[in-house]
Design a protein around this ligand. Structure first.
Ligand code: FE2
Length: 295
């Protein structure tokens, strides 16, 4: 039985964000990792610690090279997850093969893997930024028209966007060249709307900030990461640990916890920190005076 967590934020929707699984056909390693083993570890952690989450959302690069066998293996692996899941596509994915394996996943009227999920905290809008055959992202006129209608229908509901490609540069040239190419058109649609947060993948790095006033978070992949080499420095991969995000959404607030789920070191009981001790009377008197002073 997973405990229902009480928090100071109310009402809360707990949601798990995962990204860049890079699944391969069974038995095929990828980037010196076993993608299935990494996801199984995440699922075990989610089931044990956050089984009360409303959803798990995975923001693309479900497969490394869009192989049908990879999607079949992914579906089998996800069947162990006790929390309902929603999926976005990334540049490593193949839309047709994905849809053949996951026919139950909602798509828009043009077959793009885009959908809206109603929740107690607001609306989740999942976007399809896959431009088949290349690594950069796109939101074509059809996809933007769908988004425009969803935004119009959302009124003043808080909105949370999920997509693979960041629509902005993050300061790493390689990745910046592969970002979403329709950022201005997306920004024009979002202007004045109640978008609380954008959840992203693609960068294989932990990055947070805001884009044109909208907060965002990007996660590490469950496989390997890009090393932090800014600008045009030669890109490199590294093996910083994977994580997923535990997000707490409410009408007014978004909290994003990054959970290093593969950490297997000690977890020790917290001991309250003793009062600050000073060893001279003048400093002690000064501290005492400051505590009593009105702010
Ligand atoms: Fe990726």
């Amino acid at each position: 039985m997973v405990p229902r967590h009480r928090t100071g934020i109310s009402p809360v929707l707990k949601l798990i964000h995962l990204t860049d699984l890079h699944f391969t056909p069974p038995g095929v390693d990828h980037l010196e990792c076993e993608p299935r083993q990494r996801l199984e570890q995440a699922i075990e952690s989610i089931n044990a610690e956050h089984g009360d989450a409303a959803f798990v959302v995975i923001t693309g690069d479900l497969a490394a090279l869009g192989q049908a066998a990879a999607y079949e293996d992914l579906k089998d692996c996800l069947s162990a997850l006790r929390v309902p899941y929603r999926l976005c596509l990334g540049n490593g994915d193949h839309r047709t093969r994905f849809r053949e394996t996951f026919p139950e996943i909602e798509v828009d009227e043009n077959g793009f893997v885009q959908s809206v999920v109603e929740t107690a905290a607001g609306r989740l809008i999942l976007l399809d930024t896959l431009c088949q055959g290349v690594h950069w992202g796109e939101l074509c006129a059809l996809r933007l028209a769908w988004l425009s209608r969803q935004l119009e229908a959302s009124g003043s509901s808080p909105l949370f966007l999920f997509m693979h490609h960041p629509p902005f540069p993050i300061g790493i040239d390689l990745l910046d060249g592969l970002r979403l190419r329709d950022a201005d058109r997306l920004a024009a649609l979002l202007e004045g709307r109640t978008v609380r947060h954008i959840f992203l993948g693609h960068a294989h790095r932990p990055v947070a900030g805001s884009w044109r006033g909208i907060p965002f978070s990007i996660l590490r992949s469950t496989v390997s990461q890009f090393a932090l080499r800014l600008g045009n420095a030669r890109p490199a991969r590294c093996y910083e640990p994977p994580f997923y995000a535990v997000t707490l959404l409410s009408k007014d607030d978004v909290i994003v916890h990054f959970h290093d789920y593969s950490y297997d070191g000690p977890v020790v009981a917290y001991e309250p920190v003793p009062d600050i001790v000073v060893d001279d009377e003048a400093t002690a008197a000064d501290f005492q005076k400051q505590r009593k002073s009105p702010r």
